[in-house]
Design a protein around this ligand. Structure first.
Ligand SMILES: NC(=O)c1ccc[n+]([C@@H]2O[C@H](COP(=O)([O-])OP(=O)(O)OC[C@H]3O[C@@H](n4cnc5c(N)ncnc54)[C@H](OP(=O)(O)O)[C@@H]3O)[C@@H](O)[C@H]2O)c1
Length: 302
């Protein structure tokens, strides 16, 4: 970055702080994708604050004029941007729609956030990595998505970084929680109907409970953090290991067989090892999220 550019950016950030200074107690929070799985958890975790929950009916993020008008009216301190096109296989079949929502939509949110002096938090994904590193990914490791969903989310990261200096990017993986469509519910439903299931054993992830991630988001936002963080429940597993734990904790007795991904050909390629090291949380001594097994136990108890 050139010195002149740096000065301009610093001034921009200073102005953002001056015009929309974070209050000590109640913050104005706008949440995109508020009806989604993570969005619902965010609404709960931020319930002490003044939350404006935005569904796609309240704001279609693909419209820049609509985003500009809404945030100019609401003037939130923070926008938590959880709206996304999240169908990984669907993104291969309809890439333009994935880019319209994840790239263009995020560009619109970043533009409107900057113009209205809002801080912006964008959720991204482990699928920005190709999974070939053979160790967990740190925040600054080279990205190289292997599918359209990952490329579209990476484009979103690019626009957030370049258009809105006061930002946080939180990469997460394997979300599960109340009110969503996810792996845990699918395995429980299938294990209730069938004696035998086959689940892939050659892709490793860190499953993450939405409410744990939402609570951590509150800590990061309240502490005025900036930059890119990896945030997942601790530990990792293959989808097969995850499924075994889901079935045993649910008290079901379906047998699960490990299989290769090639058993279930799908439109999207997936990284074999997209485990995220929560390295910045560690470096800053922010308590890491509990293990995925403990989070899964809590979810299944409810
Ligand atoms: N799910 C995972 O395993 C996972 C893993 C890593 C990262 N992430 C990231 O985490 C975030 C949350 O994921 P999630 O699983 O909670 O998502 P989700 O349940 O699929 O919800 C996404 C929401 O996006 C909204 N949306 C879609 N198009 C929109 C548009 N044009 N304008 C406004 N809103 C629109 C939808 O709103 P309506 O319902 O109102 O139409 C939907 O509720 C996303 O950024 C995702 O990429 C998810």
């Amino acid at each position: 970055m050139l010195p002149a550019e740096r000065t301009e950016r610093q001034l921009d950030m200073q102005n953002q702080g001056d015009d929309n200074t974070l209050p000590r107690s109640e913050m104005r929070i706008a949440i995109t994708g508020a009806n989604g799985m993570l969005g619902q958890a965010l609404c709960k975790s931020f319930s002490e604050h003044s939350v404006r929950a935005l569904s796609s009916k309240d704001l279609d993020i693909t419209s820049l004029p609509a985003a500009r008008a809404l945030f100019s009216d609401l003037r939130p301190h923070w926008i938590l941007h959880a709206a996304a096109f999240t169908d990984v296989d669907g993104a291969e079949l309809n890439a333009a729609e994935a880019y319209r929502i994840n790239a263009l939509g995020t560009r619109n949110i970043a533009t409107a956030a900057f113009e209205n002096q809002c801080r912006l938090l964008y959720y991204s994904t482990d699928y920005v990595f190709d999974g070939k590193l053979n160790r967990s990914y740190r925040e600054w490791d080279s990205v190289c998505p292997v599918n359209e969903y990952g490329r579209s989310k990476l484009a979103g990261e690019f626009f957030v970084r370049s258009l809105c200096p006061a930002h946080l990017i939180v990469r997460t993986s394997g979300l599960f929680g109340p009110g969503g469509s996810h792996f845990v519910d699918k395995i429980v439903q299938r294990a209730k109907k069938k004696d035998h299931l086959q689940v892939v054993d050659d892709q490793r992830v860190s499953p993450t409970l939405t409410s744990d991630l939402a609570d951590l988001t509150l800590c990061l936002v309240a502490a005025e953090k900036r930059g890119t963080y990896h945030a997942t429940n601790s530990g990792d597993c293959s989808w097969y290991e995850f499924a075994c734990k889901i079935v045993s904790l649910s008290g079901l007795d379906a047998q699960i067989d490990p299989v290769a991904s090639s058993t279930f050909p799908s439109p999207a390629q997936r990284p074999p090892f997209s485990v995220l090291s929560n390295y910045f949380l560690e470096l800053e001594r922010i308590p890491l999220l509990r293990s995925w097994e403990s989070a899964l136990g809590s979810f299944l108890e409810v």
